[in-house]
Design a binder for this molecule. Structure first.
Ligand SMILES: [Zn+2]
Length: 219
């Protein structure tokens, strides 16, 4: 039986769209929140709008442009190239404290609309050096949010221990594989669905999808 209300932190990408389907299956009411921080590709916001509209999910877009003031980086400044983090260094797409900020604002929204569950697609398995994707950070923030607002929120992280192939598997189990594949944007070059095929995000996405589809054929 579905219970309660959930806020999903939603970017319009593969991971958070899978989380949206996951939440739809579990909660009576699902609300999506997208943070507009001057993304390099405005298409991300458009994808997020289209997806929530198609799924009939109420959608809040919050202005987080101040993040662009604080953290010049490859996702928000067209002049900085996107590079993989090498040798343990953070990739150039890193915005320090981004999940801390996003989840805190999602918490405030959850409080206002009476939602107890906050869903985020963060993942420690493909941990690429983002400290605020780690499970221990999420648990710590969960305690802090509850103390800060004297509430009993639960931060849900359905993808925390999944690799990219398993995230595709989850989408498939939720009956959403084709939807996620066709409607989401992961590509750093702003091409929807299977993307440009060349950038690090596309390569990671394709590797996971191929791995999952191959394992499906074998089994
Ligand atoms: Zn790409």
């Amino acid at each position: 039986m579905k219970q309660g209300k959930a806020v999903v932190v939603f970017s319009g990408g593969q991971d958070s769209t899978t989380c949206l389907f996951w939440a739809k299956e579990r909660f009576e009411e699902v609300v999506a929140v997208t943070f507009d921080y001057g993304q390099r590709h405005r298409l991300e916001i458009e994808c997020a709008k289209e997806i929530t509209k198609e799924l009939g999910i109420s959608h809040h877009i919050l202005d987080m442009s101040l993040l662009n003031q604080l953290a010049p980086n490859a996702l928000t400044r067209g002049t900085i190239p996107v590079e993989d983090g090498e040798g343990g260094e953070l990739p150039s797409t890193f915005v320090p404290g981004r999940n801390l900020l996003f989840l805190s604002f999602a918490g405030v929204l959850a409080k206002q609309i009476g939602a107890k569950h906050i869903v985020t697609g963060v993942c420690e398995t493909d941990f690429s050096g983002y400290p605020d994707c780690r499970d221990i950070f999420i648990k710590s923030l969960n305690v802090t949010l509850n103390l800060s607002m004297d509430d009993t929120f639960v931060i849900e992280t359905p993808l925390m221990w999944l690799n990219k192939a398993q995230t595709w598997e989850l989408a498939d189990q939720l009956g959403a594989l084709e939807f996620v594949r066709e409607k989401t944007l992961t590509c750093y070059n702003g091409i929807k669905a299977d993307g440009c095929g060349e950038c690090p995000a596309c390569k990671l996405r394709k590797r996971g999808l191929d791995e999952y589809l191959n394992s499906k054929v074998e089994s």
